[in-house]
Design a protein. Structure first.
Length: 216
């Protein structure tokens, strides 16, 4: 990073010195993008494609910079586009093993440059949410998920018609949260390939299975 900056700072100085007026926003954006691209490389699970912003990232970042909410029509379009990306369980089964779900929620492994492609990632869910009350270390960026299924009535038969809407919403939220909230801070676990379909089933069980300690 330092080496890249040392090479680019003189270029920036020449660029600015050669301008009769201040550079445009587009010129500065391009220069910034060039600096960022020259400072990273593909290694392990850390890939250069992370630098490519999609519509949701661009629009939400621009709204943050401007210090105002995203335009409602733009948000609606982003949510509609992301809703189309949700892949439902290939075998129709939404719930796995809540015990495995707890392990995934606890694990923050994966997606760093030291991790090899194909290695198993964790969900790191406790970094933002309270889930099982026995765990005393959790983040508060997201809402508490304790009693998630119980509060929503998924307490007897997660496959019932009454529970189906909550089950499908929860799957969709984990798969691609921006289908429901255009500027959500939650990772798009399924859509971006952070978690596998089976891992998402296990997290679903942690949140919704009546036997899970989350719902006791």
């Amino acid at each position: 990073m330092k080496k890249a900056i040392n090479h680019l700072v003189p270029a920036l100085a020449v660029f600015l010195a050669g301008c009769a007026v201040l550079p445009s926003d587009a010129e500065l954006d391009k220069l910034t993008a060039d600096i960022i691209k020259s400072s990273f490389r593909d290694q392990g699970q850390a890939r250069m494609d992370r630098l490519v912003a999609d519509d949701a990232n661009r629009e939400c970042s621009a709204a943050d910079v401007a210090g105002k909410p995203i335009d409602p029509k733009v948000a609606q379009a982003i949510e509609a586009a992301n809703l189309k990306t949700i892949k439902w369980p290939s075998d129709g089964k939404f719930l796995g093993d809540w015990r495995e779900g707890e392990k995934i929620a606890q694990s923050g492994a994966g997606m760093t440059w030291t991790d090899q492609a194909g290695s198993t990632n964790g969900g790191n869910c406790y970094n933002c949410h309270q889930i099982d009350q026995k765990e005393i270390s959790f983040g508060t960026i997201g809402p508490s998920l304790h009693n998630y299924g119980k509060i929503r009535g998924v307490t007897t038969d997660p496959g019932s018609v009454a529970s189906r809407a909550i089950v499908e919403y929860t799957w969709g939220k984990i798969w691609n949260t921006r289908a429901y909230n255009a500027c959500s801070n939650m990772p798009r676990a399924g859509h971006k390939g952070f978690l596998t379909e089976q891992q998402i089933r296990h997290l679903m069980a942690l949140l919704l299975d009546p036997a899970s300690p989350v719902n006791q």
